[in-house]
Design a protein around this ligand. Structure first.
Ligand code: 16G
Ligand code: MG
Length: 554
């Protein structure tokens, strides 16, 4: 043991931590300016390697900072099921990232290994797949990650090259299930299940025709390149890709991409007069978020946004229709919808009006994913475009059996088609995590099936006007929330102040929460008019200043 730890320590000396900086394993791993990250990435490599030894499974390590500027980078660990690192390991990841001297560093590893019952093993006992997005800093951080993983005796590090975040999660999940898991397999599975789904569509005569001509904003990131690879498996499908990151197309996430489009609600760079009237989709920098939009006014540069809530609604309607078709056969299976406090109230009302069960979790994919996995079919989405559909093994086994049973009678049966549609969705949609590429194909297939134009889809319900404000306070951790972040526990009195502001507005709703990715407190407000939502958010931001100590508000 001591000799193996000594080897880790020796490798670590090449990656000294930057002085005076505290790293936090936030909502989506470590994130910071790339120049500060080599020690953190090296150490995250050690965490991933130990996780692989502990679980006896393949683990993933993704180097990305998603929608952050190109100068930032980050790192996160994918667990054996393809989801986020188990939350019990986050304190260890943080303690290791922040261990300043060699004694602390060694002690942190030793103690954790002892508590978790992990011991070093012989060669090839563990394996970590490493991928990165297109950020320039990715290559040198990859080196740090590989060194960190290889420093742990018995663990192999495999460089998977440049991938989207969801592709790496998908590969980890598949490797551990012994199902095809290469990048080629990813495109093969997505394209063939998409084709199956399209072939099972109803041809509703009076519906608006499916045109297939969607324009995709790739955020100048990795998603654009991977989408064009995927399209090479889907001959005949028309998708125009903009902001693909090629020379002259602008910088990564610079006034482009899902985060920009969803927050600013303006036309992203690269889109203009030629795109008016078209269905447009935006990915974020690592392609795990998806939103749709169409240009509403070129003059005002405005768009009509179709956010994660509306994608969720489209998926829920479709899945529910298929389940209704199988109602007499599957009443014991449960469909659950998972949202966060950021979900527009109009979406929740609409989903409940459809008779669906809607539950709420904290912000962050790991929380939504965990909750959705409790259902036979769990659909989760954040308004910002992170989301997917999860199917339980039990439900999939039942579907496969039903497919055989019904298939032996007749091929045209509507029930059989419903079964086959659900099976195709389970293969098309990424079961490991939200995925802009697979999500986009599913949206396209469902729009085709429903005969919906993007405008019809948008009109399913009308969003309540909302406003978000970021407040800088002396210490964001002074704000403690409860009830899936919808209510404040501390500082005492702040919730009462919020309640009294909300009560002044018809259909008002508001909450505050400390950000998991930035040093700030976020305020969200919703009301019947934009003016009311703006003034409610402003009034609450002022209360936050008073209660938590002002630095500034933007
Ligand atoms: C991260 C999360 C996202 C969440 C956002 C909230 C993942 C993969 N990403 O981007 O789910 O909505 O953080 O940021 O979990 P905030 O805490 O700063 O508001
Ligand atoms: Mg992302």
């Amino acid at each position: 043991m001591d000799e193996a730890i000594h080897l880790i320590l020796q490798s670590a000396s090449a990656f000294p931590p930057p002085p005076g900086i505290k790293f936090a394993y936030g909502t989506a791993g470590f994130r910071s300016n790339a120049s500060l990250l080599s020690s953190t990435v090296f150490r995250a490599g050690i965490v991933a390697a130990l996780r692989s030894l502990k679980s006896g499974s393949v683990i993933g390590l993704m180097i990305t900072a998603s929608h952050n500027p190109a100068s930032d980078n980050g790192v996160k660990v994918a667990d054996p099921g393809g989801g986020m690192l188990t939350q019990d390991w986050e304190p260890f990841a943080e303690a290791l990232a922040n261990a300043v001297n060699p004694e602390d560093f060694v002690q942190t590893i030793k103690e954790f290994m002892r508590n978790e019952g992990i011991s070093f093993k012989e060669a090839c006992s563990g394996e970590v797949l490493v991928a990165r997005d297109t950020r320039p800093s990715g290559e040198s951080l990859l080196g740090a990650a590989m060194r960190g993983i290889r420093a742990v005796k018995g663990v192999v590090a495999v460089d998977m090259g440049i991938l989207t975040t969801p592709q790496l999660h998908w590969m980890v999940r598949n490797r551990n299930r012994s199902t095809p898991a290469t990048e080629f397999d990813y495109y093969t599975q997505l394209s063939s299940s998409f084709r199956t789904l399209m072939s099972l569509s109803l041809k509703v005569l009076e519906s608006e025709p499916y045109t297939g001509d969607v324009v995709v904003d790739g955020a100048n990131g990795v998603g654009a390149e991977k989408l064009s690879l995927l399209l090479s498996f889907l001959e005949g499908l028309e998708m125009q890709i903009k902001n693909s990151g090629k020379e002259g197309e602008g910088g990564l996430n610079e006034r482009v991409g899902a985060d920009f489009v969803q927050k600013e609600k303006v036309i992203p760079c690269g889109f203009g007069v030629g795109d008016v009237g078209k269905r447009c989709a935006s990915f974020d920098g690592d392609a795990d978020r998806l939103v749709y939009f169409y240009i509403s006014s070129l003059e005002k540069q405005s768009i009509d946004l179709i956010d994660g809530d509306k994608i969720l609604t489209l998926f829920a309607i479709f899945i529910n229709q298929q389940l209704n078709c199988l109602q007499e056969k599957c009443h014991s299976f449960k469909l659950g919808i998972v949202q966060t406090a950021y979900a527009n109230g109009a979406s929740t009302n609409y989903l409940r009006y459809l008779g669906l069960e809607v539950v709420f979790t904290l912000t962050g994919v790991k929380y939504l994913h965990e909750k959705a996995a409790e259902y036979d079919i769990g659909i989760y989405f954040e308004a910002n475009g992170h989301g997917t559909i999860l199917f339980s093994e039990k439900f999939l086994a039942w579907l496969s059996a039903l497919n055989e049973e019904l298939g032996s009678f007749s091929t045209g049966l509507e029930q059989l088609k419903a079964v086959q549609r659900l099976l195709a969705v389970s293969k098309l949609i990424n079961q490991a995590t939200g995925d802009a590429l697979s999500g986009c194909l599913l949206v396209e297939a469902i729009l085709h099936y429903m005969g919906f134009s993007i405008q019809t889809w948008n009109k399913l319900y009308q969003d309540l006007p909302s406003r978000q404000i970021k407040v800088k306070v002396a210490d964001k951790t002074s704000i403690v929330t409860t009830d899936a972040e919808t209510r404040v526990l501390r500082p005492l009195g702040l919730q009462e102040a919020i309640d009294s502001e909300v009560a002044k507005h018809s259909q008002g709703r508001a909450f505050v929460r400390p950000s998991g990715t930035e040093d700030a407190v976020r305020v969200y407000a919703e009301a019947l008019t934009q003016e009311a939502a703006d003034s409610l958010a402003q009034a609450i931001a002022e209360h936050v200043h008073q209660f938590a100590g002002l630095v500034s508000a933007t």
